[in-house]
Write a protein that binds this ligand. Structure first.
Ligand code: ATP
Ligand code: MG
Length: 393
């Protein structure tokens, strides 16, 4: 068992000694069997939230209405969720009401895919009620139970399927893929923030070309905000993508560049996806730079404007879309810029006013011009030289 499970064993033992059942469940079991690193350990138990709280000194109510209590143990938090069945689905979204049950089987039945419906006992024994182990071995994503029903119940599962296809490099098996095709339009019922999470994970997976191709094959792409008019661009992207994006910004920049969106269009695209405003600005900058990199080299000014954080993002996207990898050169050129930010400019608005420039747009224009000339190496970044040149024109 991985270290994370070994550390969590006493937690399971405490629950079991009190007469309840407790298992490791979800992604951590799947990833352990696949031999991958795991991040968080999820526990499912027959104990009710209040019973769990009675067994441990330190707990946090992270989602008690859904049955989830976080147990704090030696500095680690374990999300512990009471077995539940989800019966009432309205609007093709997750049910707003959950029913706690005492049976593991009921709990595993409500899970999305067979590979996510495995449970592991504290001693490492695996409970596999839906042939999830075979599907893991055969690299298959298969819905638990009737796929048509499962995607009708919760349309987000369709995006989860393509996300796992990308992350694990697995195939979505026939009837499951057919059911996604049949229900793709229901994706519109899902809050865009939740679709976004899965899309970003998909684009950052091991085989994003696979997840994207699955979105194209099933029609899911059409129900993503502002994707509908980009079928050709998406098809081409599915062929070009050979590695996952390394950040959310890179994923959005990749789409914006491939869709050939201008600054305004990026703003409305990302607003429809409900991203943070900060993300919009970053993607606008990185996209502009990625386009320049696809055309040739950057000037010092262009490099300076993109900056140290976003230049690697722009380079990554340009490389994905066929440009040569300039990461070493760009890092070198960035470090060699006379200044990295406006703050480092050896003259301020105050200096200019002392030299007789009136406050106002004129002052901003002079400062901008000095900044440009310093970055381009036309002027030294020295106060005296800058003051002397500020009145020249
Ligand atoms: P990750 O490694 O990304 O965390 P995960 O499989 O743990 O992957 P989570 O979103 O953390 O995914 O969900 C934990 C578990 O809860 C899943 O493995 C699955 O069993 C179940 N689950 C999550 N979302 C759904 C859903 N929409 N429908 C059914 N079961 C779900
Ligand atoms: Mg998880």
């Amino acid at each position: 068992l991985p270290q994370e499970f070994e550390l969590a064993r006493p937690v399971l033992q405490t629950i079991e000694q009190a007469g309840y059942e407790a298992y490791f469940v979800g992604g951590s079991v799947r990833d352990t069997i696949l031999g991958k690193d795991i991040h968080d350990v999820d526990i499912a138990t027959s104990a009710y939230p209040n019973e769990i709280k009675g067994l441990f000194k330190r707990t946090v109510d992270t989602g008690i209405e859904h049955g989830t209590v976080m147990i704090l143990d030696h500095g680690t938090g374990y999300e512990t969720t009471t077995f539940r069945s989800e019966s009432t689905y309205t609007d093709f979204r997750r049910p707003d009401q959950v029913t706690f049950v005492r049976s593991l089987e009921e709990d595993l039945k409500r899970r999305d895919f067979t590979i996510n419906a495995l449970a592991m006992k504290e001693d490492g024994a695996v409970i596999d009620l839906f042939d999830g182990l075979t599907d893991l071995q055969e690299h298959r994503i298969r819905a638990v139970g009737d796929p048509q029903e499962r995607f009708h119940e919760d349309a987000l599962r369709m995006m989860r399927a393509v996300r796992f296809a990308s992350q694990l490099d697995f195939t979505i098996e026939g009837p499951t893929k057919q059911a996604i095709t049949d229900h793709a339009a229901l994706l519109e019922k899902i809050a865009v923030e939740r679709t976004q999470v899965e899309l970003l994970k998909m684009l950052q997976g091991k085989k994003p070309q696979r997840g994207l191709q699955d979105m194209l094959d099933t029609g899911l792409w059409q129900y993503c905000p502002d994707f509908a008019s980009h079928e050709v661009a998406l098809t081409e992207l599915a062929q070009r993508l050979h590695q996952g994006a390394t950040s959310n910004e890179a994923a959005w920049t990749l789409l914006a560049t491939q869709f050939k969106l201008d600054t305004t269009a990026i703003g409305s695209f990302l607003k429809h996806w409900k991203t943070a405003n900060q993300t919009i600005t970053a993607v606008q900058t990185a996209t502009r730079t990625a386009e320049l990199l696809l055309q040739g080299d950057l000037t010092a000014w262009q490099l300076y404007q993109c900056g140290a954080t976003l230049t690697p993002v722009a380079n990554e996207v340009a490389v994905t879309l066929g440009a040569p990898d300039r990461s070493t050169q760009l890092a070198h050129d960035l470090a060699a810029l006379p200044i990295q930010t406006k703050k480092e400019l050896a003259i301020s608005g105050g200096d200019l006013m002392k030299a007789g420039v009136k406050p106002g747009p004129q002052l901003g224009a002079i400062l901008g011009d000095l900044e440009y000339r310093v970055v381009m190496g036309e002027l030294p970044n020295e106060n005296a030289a800058l003051v002397a040149n500020s009145t020249a024109d």
